[in-house]
Design a protein around this ligand. Structure first.
Ligand code: DGJ
Length: 740
């Protein structure tokens, strides 16, 4: 059992195969934190780790506990107002106006397994022995409220999850002003903070900066997790890099407004906190009600950022993504968006589908523009009935024709939105997120439907069920193309208006959940103007996500590299598109575009009808190639080797779990004259075996590939010519080192 309780000292020790997390009951009966880091041996007491530093006369001390101040101890789930002046993990406003609380240890429960979080996405177990859960109940007697601190330890999975359940057992309502998912007090602040920042078409770029005194914070107030900041931060030691050194990763399983921050105090203690964004959030908790915070997944690695990412990949691929598609090979798709935009008809689509089938594509996806009067982005969202002018035989007719060709049929929808010009908005103007008597901003000519209103969610559910039942649709691309403004709901009373953004996300989760339960064979791909809501919450419902609207191969190097910090390759939609690229006008070779897209869920998004025979032949070969590597790329261990954020050369590789084979890629962004030697130093291979490159006859020793590296001047000089050039190798294990 990787979770221990020392009864005499009232300490809890949570152990994964590489990490230890230790907490205890403080002298004032609240919960304190003792240690998070590399796994240490369990012992019957960790009391000696509890260190109260000498306090100056200026410190405030608690009335009931002699010489004790919360300012100078590490806490587990801190509050504000009684001797600790830092930002707290929670704040509860009471009828009296008071925000002072005192949650003390009451009891705890340890059990094998992990229970789901009601209404929220979360990691899960398939067998009880995969995780142990610790639930600690804290109680505030004045309020008659309980906090249930929930910890699940994936010992082999090497991760610890946390969340908190608030219970109001009292007679009066209270208001949660702040209810974060986790807080960790680190001994010191000698860390760098790693974040994934960006914008539309520039998502999840890696940013690293040293911690400084004060608060450093990222988050979202946009109603979605956002492209601007991903719900993830890591603290890494300044000497840690991709392959060595200590890293602590925190990933929030949530798709709405969030905050992730580190406060460095006057003693250099770094307090990390993550959870629902407290700005513009309040939640009224009635007597007898509970409030569940989202889950945060904590990963400790002493093998650098790659070590952390590999743990996230493994856990998210196997114990966050659910359903039959979790373990199935994802189809190679063609999407008509960049090929046609809104300008298509049935003949054109079927022409593409026929051609695609011959190339080896497995799924045809019809994107935006098939419904209402949607010929541009100014109308019709919400009017989910087929446009018969474009598709005279309806969705059913088209889908049947496509499936008869031997392809699966997929459909785009944007369920959360409504156009101002639409029948739905005309009949239900009150169904949009808005504030009475205030003008309503538009984004892409559309409004956000009020998913905090159950009636709206039910309506969408019935509408989508109707579509999925009518036609053979095996894939849905669920898009979401604007952030929220003027946040308010006509269906909620005044005192619940600050709950709208969170209730909205709960509504989105509910709709996803009902659809998935009803259509377990349908593959969902989430999308939000590309990757503006690419987060673990979405992955729980939709096993894959459209990574970015930017399909340029060079820009994608950064986007996919950054995304891989947390998310597995088999969650990232990656398509080969036309040149000049539609987002940046860059011209790259078909080979370069495929070499980047291979490292995701591969597909095409260009007009294959216009392509020349030689290009089509190349597409056919690419698809054949990808199918051979698909399982390895999706299930293997991914290593980032050379960063596009630091270098003109980029490298990464995937090694099969048994280390029998690997696919490695090297990209040269700009050509330079008279450059030095180029080599790719591999990772994760078996040092005692010899490997061979596809199509070659030279044998490479595993240890040599991982230390000397593969000499690219020798093995890829023909490929690495000019700007935006690249090479992908496949390595296969041949024999033991001393075998002849
Ligand atoms: C944004 C998506 O990211 C695109 O792939 C495409 O589906 C458009 N929306 C359609 O409007």
């Amino acid at each position: 059992m990787p979770t221990y309780f020392n009864n005499a000292t009232r300490e809890f020790h949570l152990q994964t195969k590489e990490a230890s997390y230790i907490l205890h009951v403080l002298p004032n009966e609240q919960l304190g934190h003792l240690y998070y880091g590399k796994r240490i041996t369990h012992r019957s007491s960790f009391e000696h780790l509890f260190y109260v530093r000498q306090q100056p006369n200026t410190a405030n001390v608690l009335e009931d506990v002699p010489a004790f101040s919360l300012d100078i101890v590490k806490q587990e789930y801190p509050s504000y107002g009684t001797t600790d002046f830092r930002e707290p993990a929670f704040q509860i406003q009471q009828e009296s106006g008071s925000r002072i609380t005192n949650f003390i240890y009451k009891n705890h429960r340890i059990y094998s397994g992990k229970e789901p979080l009601a209404g929220l996405p979360a990691t899960y177990v398939e067998r009880e022995e995969e995780a142990t859960t610790l639930e600690i109940t804290l109680v505030d007697d004045v309020l008659n409220m309980e906090l249930l601190l929930q910890y699940s330890v994936f010992e082999e999975g090497n991760a610890i999850t946390r969340s908190v359940l608030y219970k109001n057992n009292g007679q009066k309502p209270v208001t949660l002003n702040r209810a974060l998912s986790a807080s960790v007090d680190f001994f010191d602040s000698n860390y760098e903070m790693v974040e994934l920042n960006g914008s539309w078409a520039r998502e999840r770029h890696i940013q690293v900066h040293k911690l400084i005194r004060g608060i450093q914070r990222i988050g979202s107030t946009r109603g979605a997790s956002s492209a601007q900041h991903n719900p993830f931060i890591a603290l890494k030691r300044t000497n840690a890099d991709e392959n060595q050194g200590e890293v602590f990763g925190f990933s929030l399983v949530y798709s709405g407004n969030f905050v992730a921050q580190v406060e460095v105090d006057h003693y250099e203690v770094a307090r990390l906190m993550i959870g629902i964004q407290p700005f513009d959030f309040q939640w009224q908790l009635e007597p007898g009600e509970t409030f569940q915070t989202p889950e945060v997944v904590m990963v400790y690695s002493d093998k650098g950022l790659n070590g952390m990412s590999q743990t996230f990949h493994q856990l998210y691929r196997n114990r966050l993504v659910r359903g039959s598609w979790r373990d199935r090979e994802r189809p190679v798709l063609i999407n008509n968006w960049e090929a046609t935009y809104f300008d298509f008809n049935e003949d054109k689509l079927l022409g593409m589908a026929k051609q695609a089938k011959q190339l080896g594509v497995e799924l045809f996806v019809l994107d935006d523009g098939w419904f209402g009067n949607r010929n541009d982005d100014s109308s019709s969202l919400g009017d989910w009935f087929v446009n018969k002018e474009k598709l005279p035989s309806g969705l059913k007719g088209l889908a049947q024709k496509v499936t008869e060709l031997g392809l699966d049929f997929g459909l785009w929808m944007e369920p959360e939105m409504v156009s101002k010009q639409s029948e739905l908005y005309e009949s239900h103007p009150e169904w949009v997120i808005h504030v009475k008597d205030r003008s309503l901003s538009q984004g892409r000519n559309q409004y956000v439907l009020d998913f905090s209103n159950q009636e709206v969610v039910d309506y969408l559910y019935e509408t989508i069920v109707g579509i999925l039942e009518d036609a053979p649709i095996s894939y849905v691309k669920w898009d979401m193309n604007r952030y929220m403004t003027e946040i308010g709901s006509a269906s909620l009373p005044a005192f619940r208006q600050s709950e709208v953004a969170h209730r909205y996300i709960l509504g989105v989760y509910q709709l996803y959940d009902r659809l998935i339960s009803n259509f377990p064979e349908v593959l969902f791909e989430s999308c939000a103007g590309g990757g503006c809501r690419f987060d673990p919450g979405m992955l729980y419902y939709a096993p894959q996500a459209w990574t970015s609207d930017d399909t340029d191969a060079v820009e994608r190097l950064k986007i996919q590299y950054g995304t891989s910090m947390v998310y597995p390759l088999n969650s990232m939609g990656a398509h080969v598109s036309a040149v000049p690229n539609h987002q940046v006008q860059r011209i790259t070779s078909l080979e370069m575009r495929a070499n980047v897209a291979y490292f995701g869920i591969f597909g095409y998004e260009l007009d294959i009808i216009q392509m020349k025979d030689a290009e089509l032949q190349q597409l056919k070969e690419q698809i054949g190639q990808y199918k051979k590597w698909r399982s390895l790329i999706h299930n293997g261990v991914f290593y980032r080797l050379k960063s596009p954020f630091e270098d003109n050369q980029v490298g990464w590789m995937v090694v099969s779990p048994d280390r029998n084979e690997a696919v490695l890629a090297y990209y040269q962004i700009l050509a330079k004259p008279n450059e030095g030697f180029k080599r790719l130093v591999c990772k994760g291979l078996d040092p005692d075996f010899k490997y061979m490159l596809d199509g070659g006859s030279d044998l490479f020793y595993g240890d040599e590939l991982m230390n000397v590296g593969l000499c690219l001047d020798k093995y890829a000089s023909d490929k690495l010519q000019g700007d935006f050039s690249s090479v992908v190798f496949h390595l296969k294990k041949e024999m033991r080192m001393n075998d002849k």
